[in-house]
Design a protein around this ligand. Structure first.
Ligand code: AP5
Length: 226
């Protein structure tokens, strides 16, 4: 099965993607995490991406599409995958569909996580991220057990540069201009599923499972697996 998670910055895509990918035995592919990994390694791609990410702009399609298409050819993606943060504009969505079609694959569903803007700003301003495994925490709604340390791997927690108020404002604008129109793209294809991303994390997970179950996509054996 191949799923896409859609939603504004801070909607909880990464949080839910980690839970669902594990529960459904899918590979979790997050373009933001891939860029941050490149930055941590100091690669040329990482340096180029950083200059866009810090300002809240999208990294150019040329770089992003190539990186994503390479990633989904890795063996762990053969069992199915959950995309988090990709596609983010129409060109990316079309490039993804074209590449999948060449392998006889399709996107089975696109889950849109809806959250009001004032909540997004609050979530991002107090988010902490693991410097090693990139798991997200929140000082109020999802605090780590040991302050400053990741529950999963013990990595040091830090605040992302693009969670500054200016960058968040720009990310929300970019989302509305470039990513929001993808809802129509997937709606027209009959693939759009909607989930309320406002309730606590566990409740959102349950709703996502219910929504996926309703259309026969709740397990990796869903209709898209070959
Ligand atoms: P990326 O890393 O993808 O960031 P994003 O899409 O802006 O999403 P976020 O990671 O900010 O939020 P999220 O929805 O994953 O929320 P999370 O689960 O962390 O991209 C960063 C940058 O990389 C982009 O701006 C761009 O520059 C570049 N990039 C990436 N992909 C690209 C692409 N395809 N094309 C071009 N450029 C690209 O949760 C947020 C917080 O809320 C956390 O603290 C969490 O603990 C908390 N939380 C989560 N759920 C709940 C809940 N239900 N209730 C209460 N708190 C919650």
């Amino acid at each position: 099965m191949r799923l896409v998670l859609l939603g504004p910055p801070g909607a909880g895509k990464g949080t839910q993607a980690r839970i669902l990918a594990e529960a459904m035995a899918l590979a979790h592919v997050a373009t933001g995490d891939l860029f941050r990994l490149h930055q941590a390694r100091g690669t040329v791609l990482g340096k180029e991406a950083a200059s866009y990410m810090e300002r809240g702009e999208l990294v150019p399609n040329r770089v992003t599409i190539a990186m994503l298409l390479e990633r989904i050819q890795e063996p762990d993606c053969a069992k199915g995958f959950l995309l988090d943060g990709f596609p983010r504009n129409l060109e990316q969505a079309r490039a993804l569909d074209d590449a999948l079609a060449k392998r006889g694959w399709v996107i089975d569903g696109a889950v849109y996580m809806k959250v009001p803007e004032e909540k997004l700003v609050r979530r991002l301003s107090e988010r902490l991220v693991c410097s090693q495994c990139q798991a997200a925490y929140h000082t109020e709604s999802a605090p780590p057990t040991v302050e400053g340390r990741c529950d999963k791997c013990g990595g040091k927690l830090y605040q992302r540069k693009d969670d500054s108020p200016d960058a968040v404002r720009r990310r929300l604008q970019v989302y509305m201009e470039q990513t929001y129109p993808l809802l129509d793209y997937y709606r027209t294809l009959g693939k759009l599923l909607e989930v309320n991303g406002e309730p606590p994390i566990e409740e959102v997970t349950q709703e996502m499972k219910r929504v996926l179950d309703r259309v026969g996509l709740a397990s990796a054996k869903g209709r898209g697996v070959k």
